[in-house]
Write a protein that binds this ligand. Structure first.
Ligand SMILES: Cc1cc2nc3c(=O)[nH]c(=O)nc-3n(C[C@H](O)[C@H](O)[C@H](O)COP(=O)(O)OP(=O)(O)OC[C@H]3O[C@@H](n4cnc5c(N)ncnc54)[C@H](O)[C@@H]3O)c2cc1C
Length: 443
């Protein structure tokens, strides 16, 4: 056991009280931990969730760091079976040189397969492919009585649909079988197009969703009125010309690290406005398609290790909603206006249209509509009050908030956003719990 009183999530908010963290090396060790521990337990991946879904304050965490082995690979079907602690970064570096890639990747490669399944994550190709769970064929799920259940769409399918997007509450995913996809080049043919306001976003998104596998926009939330929604629209496709050499010799990416917690005054409304101004200028230099390596396209933030330290000790509040298509225009105008007027700047704001593919998990977040993700420096009350105003708007417009990025939803919010929770409850393992679960059921 390692004593980890300061176990944190990526947003570093909320803070946790004493939490024991265990690092088992194989399933029997997990079984014996589940038998012996008197606390509630929560599986822990790489801790890249922003809020408290990966925290279990006062309880125990069972980390998957050493459950990181490949079990089998069928290179005819592209079927990989691996332990749940294997990360997306590890899979890419082992399999991309042979032309295999994951069908869905999030904005960081430092997440585990267990974490990707338990939050049923999405990527820039949601409109074409859907959620991560679409490439999950099977999982092996261990419960607190020591039983391993194999779950798939055909076998124990109810437990399968509860466990994808199941927030780590239905049991411990020991391993998963993932269907990979073929690539012939590690590059993306990408474009960065300047948007003057949110209307440009709606038209570019409409125009691009058919021909481009990946679409996403960065917007500046410090601009008001006619410039609201100013930003850059990114779109791209995998390069289709074969480049075996580039695949075999993937370039090593240079990265830097934020060495310590920045003082809080570094990130304020003015500095965020300045950053947004410079970013807009830098990214709008070229409108022509460019061939970029997958890492620069998918994982730009990973080039700066520990970038969350830039927000200082109090951390950051991530906030992500999705609004259904019939309400998305009106809702986004109101939400963005509310944010602009609050003068609580967001450093990185992302806008993307999700596709119509139905989510398979009982508590999966993505659904058809437009998703908006923001991160605010956690300056205390002002940000918390802003988030509760935003929650009210999301409730009014029939949308929902993403648990992986949440630290402030109330029980009332959660029950409206996730009506399937009543059905989900029967699959919660009695020994499993999380800070998130207690917050949304006991507030
Ligand atoms: C820079 C950045 C960019 C991001 N971009 C995106 C994005 O584009 N799309 C997106 O959807 N998300 C995104 N995220 C969020 C991230 O993908 C998810 O929070 C993901 O679940 C984190 O995985 P993890 O391995 O760190 O798991 P953790 O954060 O440690 O845990 C997440 C959940 O998974 C559960 N869990 C972990 N392992 C297991 C297991 N073996 N069995 C059962 N349950 C388990 C935990 O209990 C917890 O509930 C981003 C995060 C960051 C920091």
């Amino acid at each position: 056991m390692q004593d980890a009183p300061n176990y944190e999530s990526w947003g570093r908010f909320p803070k946790v009280s004493h939490t024991d963290c265990f690092f088992p090396r194989n399933p029997p060790e997990i079984q014996s931990l589940l038998e012996k521990t008197e606390h509630t337990v929560l599986p822990r991946g790489a801790g890249r969730s922003y809020g408290d879904v990966c925290l279990n304050s006062g309880g125990a965490l069972i980390a998957t760091r050493f459950l990181n082995k490949y079990i089998a690979f069928d290179d005819e079907k592209g079927l990989l079976r691996c332990e749940s602690g294997v990360t997306i970064a590890e899979i890419i570096s082992s399999f991309l040189p042979n032309g295999w890639f994951l069908p869905v990747v999030p904005g960081t490669k430092f997440v585990t397969i267990g974490g990707a399944i338990a939050n049923d994550i999405h990527g820039k190709n949601h409109h074409k492919y859907g959620n991560f769970s679409r490439c999950v064929e099977k999982i092996g799920l261990l419960n607190s009585s020591g039983k391993v259940t194999i779950c798939s769409r055909n076998e124990n399918s109810d437990l399968f649909h509860a466990s994808i997007g199941g927030l780590g509450l239905t049991g411990f995913i020991l391993w998963a079988e993932i269907k990979m996809r073929r690539l012939v080049s590690p590059r993306i043919v990408a474009e960065a197009i300047q948007m003057h306001n949110i209307d440009d976003f709606w038209s570019l998104s409409q125009e691009s969703n058919h021909d481009f596998e990946y679409t996403v926009a960065w917007i500046d939330t410090t601009r008001r009125t006619k410039n609201m929604g100013r930003g850059i629209f990114y779109r791209g496709n995998h390069e289709t010309i074969e480049h075996k050499n580039l695949l075999r010799h993937l370039p090593k990416r240079r990265s830097i690290s934020v060495p310590f917690d920045m003082p809080e005054f570094v990130l304020n409304f003015r500095s965020i406005q300045l950053f947004n101004e410079l970013y807009q200028k830098k990214e709008s230099r070229t409108n022509r398609p460019q061939k970029v390596f997958y890492e620069n396209f998918f994982f730009p933030l990973d080039a700066v290790h520990h970038w969350n330290r830039m927000y200082g000790k109090r951390g950051l509040i991530q906030w992500q909603c999705v609004i259904p298509p019939t309400q998305q225009h009106k809702a986004m105008n109101q939400i963005l206006n509310t944010i602009c007027n609050s003068k609580v700047g967001s450093f990185l704001t992302i806008l993307k249209e999700f596709g119509e593919m139905k989510s398979e998990g009982l508590l999966s977040f993505p659904e058809q509509g437009t998703t908006l993700a923001l991160d605010f420096p956690n300056t205390g009350q002002a940000v918390h009050q802003l988030c509760s105003r935003l929650h009210e708007l999301v409730m009014r417009f029939g949308g929902k908030i993403y648990p992986a990025k949440d630290a402030l939803m109330t029980t009332e919010n959660f029950l409206q956003f996730y009506p399937n929770f009543q059905e989900f409850k029967q699959y919660i393992d009695p020994k499993f719990s999380s800070s998130f679960y207690r917050r949304i059921t006991q507030s």
